[in-house]
Design a protein around this ligand. Structure first.
Ligand code: PXP
Length: 239
């Protein structure tokens, strides 16, 4: 049994489907298979431009899934309404820029603070677990606490890039360890995600205090070669 929960992000099943405007491969099928093969939660990011997951995917997945759905969304009125209508058990608030290929960094917690407060309050009134996607720094831990979030998810993109390029990642790892500790001391559950593969997940799984990994792009890509069952099994073994 792995100590750290594995959240499987299936956005890129939808990316492949949308590339040809077809109905396959279906994100719902991926979500149900991931559930069957040991995922602890399923993550989807409903982007403003709907470039991968659509509103219809969200509806189908939430109605059929038995493990928790973690809905990633931007701090906008539209997303607030959609989330309150569908009531996923977990929400992760992420920054969003139209032109980015993927979520490039953590949230700016100095921006739209009143809106973030309102959003988090509404989610918590609806018993939804709220996480904030942040860069590994102390001031964002303080701010997440002040905003009354339950969890923070640390953006691991920089760390993963260093690992992938065989560069020295020790400083970045030290920073992440410190922030995980700091988050836990402040009563926040700490998650990690972005850019993780077998190698980076293995290194980060040794960091005490991380409760959940959210992994998407590598996991879906690797599943083409080894199958989603084996890929999830491999990740569960590693973490
Ligand atoms: N966590 C968050 C908050 C994300 O925005 C993403 C990317 O959508 C991930 C995890 C997963 O990143 P990746 O697809 O690189 O594994």
């Amino acid at each position: 049994m792995s100590k750290i929960r594995l959240g499987v992000n299936i956005d890129h099943v939808a990316t492949v489907r949308n590339a040809r405007g077809e109905k396959y491969p279906e994100p719902l099928r991926a979500a149900l298979l991931a559930q069957e093969f040991g995922a602890d939660s399923i993550t989807i990011h409903l982007r403003e431009d709907r470039r991968h997951i659509t509103d219809s995917d969200l509806k189908k997945i939430i109605s059929k899934l038995r493990i928790p759905l973690n809905l990633e969304l931007a701090a906008t009125n539209e997303m607030l309404k959609i989330a309150l209508k569908n009531k996923p058990p977990f929400i992760c608030i992420v920054p969003e820029k139209r032109k980015e290929v993927t979520t490039e960094g953590g949230l700016n917690l100095n921006y739209k603070v009143n809106f973030l407060k309102k959003m988090i309050k509404k989610f918590k009134e609806n018993k939804i677990r709220v996480s904030l996607f942040i860069e590994p720094n102390q001031k964002d831990i303080y701010k997440a606490k002040l905003l009354n979030a339950d969890c923070v998810e640390i953006h691991t993109g920089k760390f993963c890039n260093l690992v992938n390029k065989n560069r020295n990642f020790k400083r970045e790892l030290k920073k992440i360890k410190k922030i995980v500790n700091f988050g836990n001391q402040h009563g926040l559950e700490v998650h990690a995600g972005h850019g993780l593969n077998y190698k980076s997940a293995k290194i980060l799984s040794k960091v005490k205090g991380i409760k959940e990994f959210n992994i998407g792009h590598f996991l879906i890509g690797e599943s083409i070669f080894v199958g989603i069952k084996n890929c999830i099994k491999n990740f569960k073994k590693i973490i």
